[in-house]
Design a protein around this ligand. Structure first.
Ligand code: FAD
Length: 389
């Protein structure tokens, strides 16, 4: 059976839903084609089930891309305030957590139901459990899925990245970019926990569950947030953030007492210079078990000013070389993707293939942790949806 539409949107995730509702509101006949049994499954598990749906401090610097300017236009055209207005129109209660992150008070389900409702009201048709077999371009785009054939002059690819394959992630978006001759920036897991090598694992991983406020740096980026020791390595917001910038083989530099002088107390004439005094000084900054372990592995070479100076430097520049990451199975997002040089920054339309659009995570734009990835999905989806003719 062949069905004719004005636009076909492949992938009913955050970006696809936003694109479909914006295009539908403009009177376009839209088909939203989703392989899972329901749309927006990642929205439901996001933010620990409460969906960190945007960040009020959203700036272009919160995004990683081979072209750091690309995202600016879309982010300016559809801002956090635009999404907040939608959330408020639906009377969804929300709150700000640290650092401008907005979360639902109740459940991520509120956001998904809002988007599904807006799509319905806009007349967009959602086809779930619809696995795409083939995409062709004749005089228009033809999508074959099961026994169905969809046709439209416009095709929007919103199939996301490779992270969390058990939730149905596929590489369809990258395959379609290749099929239509668009360049790809090598995809890689991002916002992903680190795995440590055997020595560091033996040194720290029995402390799994312990967290500390640190500053971590790599490749000229620095994040001051919490670090969490896991059974296999290091996670927590600080490590997830820096993982997006890390390349295999590189060290990350961890400052375990940012902005503080740990050995200052030991330089006081009345304070003894010994392990007990040093431990108690570090306990002011780190959980006791972590502080003790860290000092066991970083004993001062001498109790002289020089020895204390070396230790102070080590406290602020602890170099760890991760053996790797937990990969796509645990990555919150996929960095890399469709090369932004291939797309219009205003509309997300391919420069080479008129009528072909890429939006959301499949594009080489990756947000920091904290609601930025959804803001990119909303912004890129809205820009494409408003541009469909
Ligand atoms: C555990 C977790 C928590 C997260 N929490 C947050 C958060 O709180 N805040 C935030 O900003 N970001 C968060 N993210 C990131 C955010 O979920 C993504 O950046 C965002 O969902 C990307 O939107 P998208 O529409 O591009 O892709 P997706 O949401 O992944 O949607 C893609 C859709 O395409 C469908 N699809 C894939 N292949 C095919 C195919 N072959 N045929 C048909 N359909 C297909 C998929 O089933 C999916 O529904 C989180 C991610 C994870 C994994």
């Amino acid at each position: 059976m062949t069905q004719q539409f004005d636009a076909l949107v492949l992938g009913g995730g955050a970006a696809g839903l936003m694109c479909a509702l914006e295009a539908g509101k403009r009177g376009r006949r839209v088909a939203l084609i989703e392989r899972a049994e329901r749309a927006g499954k990642k929205i439901l598990i996001s933010g620990g089930g409460r969906c960190n749906f945007t960040n009020i401090h959203c700036r272009p610097e919160n995004f990683i891309s081979a072209n750091p300017h690309f995202a600016k236009s879309a982010l300016a055209r559809y801002t956090p305030s635009d999404f907040i207005a939608l959330v408020e129109k639906h009377r969804i209660p929300y709150h700000e957590k640290a650092l401008g992150q907005l979360f639902c008070d109740r459940s991520a389900r509120d956001i998904l139901e809002m988007l599904e409702g807006e799509c319905r009201d806009a007349g967009a048709r959602l086809f779930v459990q619809t696995s795409i077999r083939e995409v062709l371009r004749t005089t228009e785009f033809v999508v074959r899925a099961g026994e169905m054939e969809f046709r439209a002059p416009v095709l929007v690819v919103a199939t996301g990245g490779l992270s969390i394959p058990k939730m149905g992630a596929t590489g369809l978006g990258y395959d379609l970019a290749g099929q239509f001759g668009l360049a790809i920036r090598e995809p890689r897991p991002a916002l992903v926990p680190f795995v440590l090598g055997p020595e560091d694992r033996e040194g720290f991983c029995d402390l799994a569950g312990v967290s500390a406020d640190v500053a971590v740096s790599c490749n000229s980026q620095r994040f001051r947030e919490k670090m969490l020791i896991t059974h296999r390595g290091l996670s927590g917001p600080a490590m997830l953030q820096i993982s997006s910038y890390w390349k295999p083989g590189q060290a990350v530099a961890i400052d375990v007492a940012p902005g503080s002088n740990v050995t200052a107390a030991l330089r006081e004439p009345k304070t003894p210079r010994n392990t007990t005094a040093l431990r108690s000084a570090l306990h002011n900054f780190l959980p006791i078990r972590f502080a003790n372990r860290w000092l066991d592995l970083h004993r001062p070479s001498a109790w002289t000013n020089t020895g204390l100076g070396e230790l102070e430097r080590a406290v602020h520049d602890w170099k760890v070389v991760p053996a790797g990451t937990e990969g796509y199975a645990k990555a919150e997002v996929t960095a890399g993707g469709v090369d932004t040089n291939e797309l219009s920054a205003k509309t997300m339309e391919s420069r080479k293939v008129p009528g072909l659009f890429f939006i959301g995570e499949v594009v080489d734009v990756t947000g920091h942790l904290g609601g930025f990835n959804f803001q990119w999905a909303w912004a890129s989806g809205a820009c494409a949806g408003r541009a469909l003719v």
